[in-house]
Design a protein around this ligand. Structure first.
Ligand code: PLP
Length: 388
């Protein structure tokens, strides 16, 4: 698998290079880079604007990949898959649009404590009343009883990620979604992490809206997807206005929106990014990070000074090393050619209580030997910082 990533080869010519920061952004496989290069060398044109063959071909490429995305995320209709520039944009569009279309004054939005700032902060801007759904700081678990207690007749939306960027997979996710459904809440899922290593089956899952970025699943930066159930999207006002999201502008007071999904895709879409997304979906077929994720936890658990945060499941694991600030951990590891992330991870409502952490996240290029090298270097840090 390592040979699929030219950046690994390039960096390793300069020295040690062990990349454990796929949750920030994944390395890009050669097949994705080639697909983008081919697109810009041969097929580049704007979509939904031209009648010449190159432009019509761009439309074909775009819609072909939209169908590929539909299958990949388990959406029912192609009209439910909207291209954005990333998860953050999608989550902002969703918060604004859901608030304007479905919420009244005093209605409540329940947001889990596990959320990334991109999933939390857009709701603050809507003026809706926000209730935080807490998780256990020991296990990371959100207890269904706590959720039920929080729901009132004013509750309208649940914001819950299937996969936290700090502690990995969300325990009880399906149970919480079921409870939300029973109370007729709209369910918004930030799938920025889940998309890289969980099978999303959005139509069957009960999730109403989801958003993710391509760059965390081996595609380019600057491309993302927003998913919404058709019957809800049909009732929603777009947030972004501009070219190709309207059918007619008869006068400034009389416009007719384009059909779904185009009314949510104002302006030129990132077709190069869409091509990279298509190639990334092909690349990801058959990938399973579960065995390596388990190995990571077993090996890290051998370090008596290391505390895993929240009983993590999946390829995202955060920890604290006794006496050592995570920034020091990350800097010392960097000097050994190891890339990890450290700090508050844009998830302060969770980490203010736990404190800053170091995060290791796996990608498909990682191996057991990589993990052993990481563990070996981690075991030297306390001593290098002057502790016994
Ligand atoms: C859980 C989660 N949600 C949302 C985002 C935002 O993604 P982006 O910066 O690609 O918009 C991130 C990025 O790290 C994330 O980890």
């Amino acid at each position: 698998m390592k040979e699929s990533f030219p950046e690994l080869d390039f960096q390793r010519k300069k020295g040690n290079f062990y990349y454990f920061d796929s949750a920030a952004t994944t390395l890009k496989p050669a097949s994705v880079i080639k697909a983008v290069s081919d697109y810009y060398s041969q097929d580049n044109a704007n979509t939904r604007r031209g009648f010449y063959p190159l432009a019509l071909n761009a439309d074909k490429i775009c819609e072909g990949i939209r169908e590929k995305v539909r299958k990949f995320i388990g959406a029912k209709y192609i009209t439910e898959c909207i291209f954005t520039h990333g998860a953050t944009e999608g989550l902002n569009i969703l918060a604004q649009s859901i608030a304007k279309s479905f919420l009244k004054a005093d209605d409540e939005v329940i947001i889990s404590q596990l959320e990334h700032h991109s999933s939390l902060l857009p709701w603050r801007e809507t003026g809706a009343k926000i209730k935080i759904l807490p998780c256990s700081l020991e296990t990371g678990e959100i207890r269904p009883e706590d959720f039920k207690k929080l729901i009132s007749s004013k509750s309208k939306v649940l914001v819950l990620t299937p996969d936290s960027n700090v502690i990995g997979r969300t325990k009880n996710f399906e149970k919480l979604v079921k409870i939300a459904k029973e109370h007729e809440l709209i369910i918004v899922a930030d799938c920025a992490q889940a998309v890289a290593h969980q099978r999303l089956d959005l139509d069957k899952s009960g999730i109403d809206f989801a958003a993710f970025s391509g760059h965390k699943m081996y595609a380019e930066m600057g491309i993302g997807v927003l998913y919404g159930r058709q019957e809800l999207l049909e009732k929603m006002q777009p947030q972004l206005y501009g070219g190709e999201m309207v059918e007619d502008v008869l006068n400034i007071n009389n416009i007719q929106l384009a059909e779904l999904p185009y009314r949510f895709e104002a302006g030129t879409i990132n077709l190069g990014g869409i091509v990279s997304l298509g190639a990334a979906i092909d690349f990801m077929k058959g990938i399973d990070l579960e065995p390596l994720s388990k190995t990571l936890k077993v090996i890290l658990a051998n370090n008596p000074y290391l505390k895993l945060i929240g009983e993590p499941e999946g390829p995202i694991v955060s920890f604290q090393l006794e006496d050592i600030h995570p920034h020091d951990v990350a800097q010392i590891l960097a000097s050994d050619g190891i890339c990890v992330r450290a700090g508050y991870h844009c998830a302060q409502p969770l980490l203010e209580e736990i404190g800053p952490v170091t995060r290791v996240s796996l990608g498909v290029h990682n191996t057991e030997e990589d993990i052993e090298y990481l563990a070996k270097k981690l075991a030297t840090i306390r001593q290098r910082m002057g502790y016994a």
